[in-house]
Design a protein around this ligand. Structure first.
Ligand SMILES: O=C(O)[C@H]1NCC[C@@H]1O
Length: 338
């Protein structure tokens, strides 16, 4: 077992959703690809995730990222995302924050004005980020994710406490169930976070037990990451539409969820509610907004209805940390209260 050592981080958030960027102190992560590295982390270094994501240094809804060597040649750097239960395949709020971070910290050579392009390898594949930059300050970031596709519509799910609920299953770099909150008798902007968390979490649990998803490239990406409760306002409007993403082990995204709004945009396009290039705003639980548009249609493996979606928003710095552990501190290795 590796011994936990001092870890240094920069702290950011995008729309209130935290991003702990791990800079120093992690042991070597073995593996030739990012997906292999994730397997290595799970099997050998998971105590570091608990040390940084769980209490007393993190909390139930904490989120982080490790920057690693990419295995796609054109990528500037690779990413591994961490959360309360493990490691995720895609994270839009992290890409938005990391765009600024990469330019500000000099991770990209020759940054360009008014916009710098960065290729970020996420576990799901290559994501292009475009960072507004005036030569001094970094601002909004827009990113184009891996192809997103509608996997299935109107899937019946037996949800504990709510009966049978129909959801759509969509891939936006991760597989999500998308469902209007009113199908549970809830309102996405008015019901309590805990009620929404319970209904969404029970839906994810049921799908994970009984529903199989297939990914065109890797079995490692074949899992239901979470459930997104929406306000049901999918028909096009200049008004924003709200959603709340509950992912991993019932973790609540404070932001509109970058991969979640990618998936919602693909679904809206599939249902004829969006045209290519048409912009729409999405509001998350904190009130923060992301704007999305469909860039183009693409074929992704056997999925002919795939689209490339662009998402934009802004991340902010909130501090930096140096985390330590004393030899006799068992609780301090990490715990969460549920
Ligand atoms: O913005 C996103 O895509 C992420 N935020 C937390 C859950 C997702 O990974």
């Amino acid at each position: 077992m590796a011994k936990l050592s001092t870890v240094e981080t920069t702290e950011m958030h995008t729309g209130g959703e935290p991003l702990r960027i791990i800079e120093k102190g992690y042991p070597e992560i073995k593996g030739n690809t990012i997906l292999e590295k994730i397997r290595y982390l799970r099997e050998n270094l998971d105590m570091y995730r608990k040390f940084l994501m769980w209490e007393p240094r993190g909390h139930y809804d904490m989120y982080g990222v490790l920057l690693v060597t990419p295995d796609i040649e054109s990528a500037d750097f690779g990413t591994i995302f961490l959360h309360n239960e493990g490691y995720s395949s895609m994270c839009g709020h992290a890409v938005i924050a990391l765009g600024r971070y990469a330019v500000d910290k000099g991770l990209v050579k020759n940054p360009q004005t008014p916009e710098t392009k960065i290729n970020i390898q996420c576990p799901c594949g290559l994501v292009e980020a475009y960072v507004e930059y005036d030569g001094v300050k970094t601002e909004n970031v827009r990113f184009r994710s891996v192809p997103s596709f509608v996997y299935a519509t109107d899937v019946d799910v037996a949800v504990e406490g709510y009966g049978t609920v129909q959801v759509d299953v969509v891939y936006g770099g991760a597989f999500y169930a998308l469902v209007p909150a009113e199908r549970y008798g809830l309102k996405v902007r008015e019901s309590s976070v805990e009620e929404l968390r319970r209904a969404a979490g029970n839906t994810t649990d049921s799908l994970r037990r009984s529903y199989k998803v297939e990914h065109p490239e890797s079995p490692d990406l074949e899992f239901i990451y979470g459930t997104i409760m929406t306000d049901g306002k999918d028909e096009f409007s200049d008004d924003p539409t709200a959603n709340m993403c509950v992912f991993a082990e019932r973790e609540v995204d404070r932001s509109p969820c970058g991969s979640g709004v990618t998936a919602r945009t693909a679904l809206q396009y599939f249902k004829g509610h969006r045209k290519i290039g048409q912009k729409r705003r999405f509001r998350g639980p904190s009130g923060a907004m992301f704007t999305t548009s469909v860039v183009k249609e693409v074929t992704y493996g056997k999925y002919k209805n795939a689209v490339v979606v662009e998402v934009s928003g802004k991340g902010h710095y909130s501090g930096s940390s140096k985390f330590t552990l004393e030899d006799d501190d068992e609780i301090g290795q990490g715990f969460i209260l549920t």
